[in-house]
Write a protein that binds this ligand. Structure first.
Ligand SMILES: [Fe+2]
Length: 279
């Protein structure tokens, strides 16, 4: 297959692209791997429709973006014989781990870069995922705000289970005896290593991101709330309606995402590989 067969279709004016013309069931040529990486890193979200990938295909695709990674304490949640393919079920509305704008595992020392998710079981309706473009979120700030956050890191907080166990929602819904707190600092405005563009790196103000380095929490929170609110306005969002066979890749280095929980207790299961992170 040659490069001329690869087609890119932007999904909105700001974020997301659909790619076709690459066979995801065989080894990739260097040009194909480059096309997949370039599409994702420039558009923040990459959609590959009508794929029904085997676990081996899924692993091969994820490896294009980096080293697969699943925290040790979620080892019970992976596919048989594929310890890096996480099974992500419906945790229920009350424990929805993703129903807010967020980036994945930002409290880790090295947060993951890319996630590659497959639709395994979908509800009849609902269960969309929204994505926003954090290059755009940075670019539209005033020069004064860019100067204020330049070179500053944010304090990202969270918790992790103390022992290997099944996921049942976000770690902070576990009893306190079952988890331990974690915090790490990361730059708020980061240069993407592949595109050279600057993107905001944020998470839930006051919950997952509590301070700007050098400022008190009280001083930080209104600024973080402003940055967060302006980062995901409707003109900067792609809302993905999952279909069977969908593969959705997102880049945590330039996207935030939001899992819409409007499907009650209906079954919805994704298979997901996350790459680039370290505990
Ligand atoms: Fe997430």
């Amino acid at each position: 297959m040659t490069n001329e067969t690869i087609r890119l279709q932007p999904l909105t004016g700001s974020v997301g692209v659909s790619l076709s013309g690459i066979d995801l069931t065989t080894d990739f040529t260097e040009a194909e791997a480059d096309a997949l990486r370039s599409a994702l890193y420039n558009h923040c979200v990459l959609i590959l429709r009508d794929q029904f990938l085997s676990p081996d295909d899924h692993m091969r695709l994820a490896a294009v973006f980096g080293e697969p990674f699943l925290p040790w304490y979620y080892a019970k949640n992976s596919l048989d014989d594929y310890p890096k393919i996480a099974i992500v079920p419906n945790f229920g509305k009350a424990k929805a781990p993703a129903e807010s704008w967020h980036t994945d595992w930002s409290h880790m020392p090295t947060p993951p870069t890319v996630s590659v998710a497959l639709a395994h079981v979908l509800p009849e309706t609902g269960g969309d995922t929204m994505f926003s473009n954090q290059y755009v979120a940075y670019d539209r700030l005033s020069e004064g705000m860019k100067q204020l956050i330049a070179g500053r890191r944010g304090k990202f907080v969270g918790s992790r289970p103390k022992r290997v166990q099944k996921m049942h929602g976000r770690p902070d819904t576990l009893p306190s005896t079952e988890r331990e707190p974690v915090d790490n600092y990361h730059p708020i405005a980061r240069v993407h290593p592949e595109t050279g563009r600057t993107a905001l790196y944020l998470n839930r103000p006051g919950k997952s991101m509590v301070a700007i380095e050098g400022l008190t929490e009280a001083e930080s929170l209104p600024i973080l709330q402003f940055l967060y609110d302006q980062s995901s306005t409707p003109d900067n969002v792609y809302r993905h309606q999952w279909r069977p066979g969908d593969v959705v890749c997102w880049d945590n280095q330039c996207a935030m995402h939001y899992g819409v929980h409007d499907y009650g207790d209906a079954e919805r299961t994704l298979h997901r590989i996350t790459v680039g992170g370290a505990e």
